[in-house]
Design a protein around this ligand. Structure first.
Ligand code: CS2
Length: 522
């Protein structure tokens, strides 16, 4: 098959495939999205596509990859078009999405990204850059010693991080008298908007003071001459408010809860989609029918009428976010690590294992009391729907995909609810098994699990630790230190003891024994 999905070929697609029913040439950009991966393309881009089709033509998306050129390379020859395959156990529905107008690759051309971000037509910047890209230190503050942060403070005109791009473009917009864009975080972090807001203020303060941690010797002041050389727009005339003050007071960071399961696309998916389209799509995106977006309604520069297409606009997204992180993502991580240790490659297979199924029910029973009790959350309906979603056999959502980056994910998914239970005098027996299963699965790579089966930013340090053959309790404590889990929390030691007990069981008899010790499958 030689032809390729594009503006030119789209009209020839079979009638059953939904295509953009609007004039893509008339669309103008209104959103820059940082992290234009599969999740964004299955979620925010699909909602924006619906708004464009409804006549709101000034909300086209400029997609930015902060690291790899792969998405740009796949989609630019397709005029930004791609297929969304909405897969249920009963069948698949295809929809071509047209909301991404152009794609940029930050490391290749940071100036082009800054130009897009300073375009006054851009009124919203959305982000899905994954948990680790927020560059938080173990105590949750900005990791100001991270080499990319150090780089961006020294080179504001050619940033690498989201922080650097947002700070520099906001500074330039401000200097040019253009209003700030709204920053809409769409990552799985608690209070994601507020968290990014706090990190960006920290970053802007460092920019303002030009204090850059250079080496172990301490802090070194970078001269104003360097700022001038960089053409840094952040420093307005004397007496003007600092960039940090501007970001704190004049830039809106609504929080949002995003939800849609998006398994990585396989070559089999590519072949199947090409056959149905009658033309090639280099990167179709696989997803489920379920889709949810809850957003705090604070958009001073305007926004698309998302609520017309099923988005819930609220004042406080907190309760929704906690419910999703602790029930969906928490269970996902449990299924992933126990599933991997039990030899299950996909979520639906792991979830069909009666012991894991039972474990998830009890995990939910532990996590639910830690959620706000007065927010009207219907946790019974929510978990019933999650059970149906996890059972979707058409998704083939790989446990190894979810297993990635556990050190960044577990704090908000598992550790927070475990600590809340301990504080309330309740036991976190099931929650703590997820932490132990994560450690055991990390240690199993290169043994019972393939080398590099999943990855974590802490891999080098973790492997080093595993090589030291420490007694289990000491090893668990060392992992907590490394990952910053429960740092400074009065219940930290108790939680480590639970994790260490599970680790002993996992070592002696695998997940079967660890679950049996909880009365599951015994
Ligand atoms: C998953 C999430 O990979 C993971 O860590 O738990 O990507 C999950 O599928 C989404 O948050 C669902 O909205």
């Amino acid at each position: 098959m030689t032809s390729r999905l594009s503006n030119a070929t789209i009209a020839k697609l079979p009638g059953a495939i939904a295509i953009p029913r609007y004039d893509r040439g008339a669309v103008t950009p209104g959103i820059v999205h940082l992290g234009v991966g599969a999740f964004h393309r299955a979620h925010q881009a699909a909602y924006v596509d619906a708004c464009l089709a409804d006549g709101e033509t000034d909300w086209g998306i400029v997609g930015v990859s902060l690291r790899s050129p792969d998405t740009r390379d796949a989609l630019t020859p397709q005029d930004g078009l791609y297929t969304l395959a909405i897969r249920a156990s009963a069948g698949e529905r295809l929809q071509v999405i047209g909301s991404i107008q152009s794609l940029l690759v930050a490391p290749e051309d940071p100036c082009a990204v800054l130009a897009a971000l300073t375009d006054p037509r851009i009124r919203i910047v959305t982000l899905t850059i994954t948990e680790k890209a927020y560059l938080r230190a173990a105590d949750g503050t900005l990791d100001s010693a991270h080499p990319d942060i150090v780089h961006d403070l020294a080179n504001p005109g050619s940033p690498k991080t989201a922080h650097g791009f947002l700070a520099e473009s906001l500074a330039r917009r401000r200097a040019a008298g253009a209003p700030a864009f709204t920053v809409l975080c769409c990552d799985n972090l608690p209070a994601n908007g507020a968290t990014l807001h706090r990190l960006l203020i920290e970053f802007a303060k460092l920019r303002d003071s030009r204090l850059v941690r250079k080496d172990d010797a301490g802090l070194a002041r970078q001269g104003d001459a360097e700022a001038a050389r960089q053409g840094d727009a952040a420093h307005g005339s004397a007496g003007e408010r600092t960039l940090a003050g501007y970001v704190a007071d004049d830039v809106a960071f609504p929080s949002s809860m995003v939800d849609r399961i998006v398994p990585a696309t396989t070559d089999t998916d590519r072949k199947r989609i090409a056959q149905q389209l009658g033309t090639e799509d280099a990167w179709p995106v696989m997803t489920e029918p379920f889709c949810q977006w809850v957003i705090e309604d604070r958009f001073p520069a305007g926004r698309p009428a998302w609520e017309k297409f099923g988005v819930t606009m609220v004042e406080d997204v907190g309760p929704f976010e906690d419910m999703k992180l602790r029930l969906l993502n928490g269970a996902h991580s449990g299924i992933a690590y126990l599933g991997l240790l039990s030899g299950h490659a996909t979520v639906d297979r792991a979830f069909a294992d009666p012991a894991i199924r039972q474990f998830v029910d009890w995990l939910w029973a532990e996590a639910i009391p830690t959620l706000p009790q007065d927010a009207g959350l219907d946790t019974i309906a929510y978990t019933a729907e999650l059970a149906a979603r996890f059972s979707n056999t058409a998704l083939a959502h790989r446990t190894a995909q979810i297993a990635n980056d556990g050190s960044q994910k577990l704090p908000q998914r598992i550790v927070a609810s475990a600590l809340a239970r301990l504080e309330a005098g309740l036991l976190p027996e099931h929650l703590s098994l997820v932490v132990a299963a994560w450690i055991a699965a990390c240690a199993a790579r290169g043994g019972t699990l393939p080398e590099g089966h999943f990855t974590d930013p802490l891999d080098a340090a973790l492997n080093d630790l595993f090589g030291r053959n420490l007694p289990t309790a000491e090893m668990a404590a060392a992992v907590f230190d490394l990952a910053g889990f429960a740092k400074g929390h009065p219940e930290r030691q108790k939680l480590i003891e639970f994790v260490a007990t599970h680790l002993v069981h996992l070592k002696q008899g695998g997940p079967k024994l660890a679950l049996a010790a909880l009365g599951i499958g015994a």
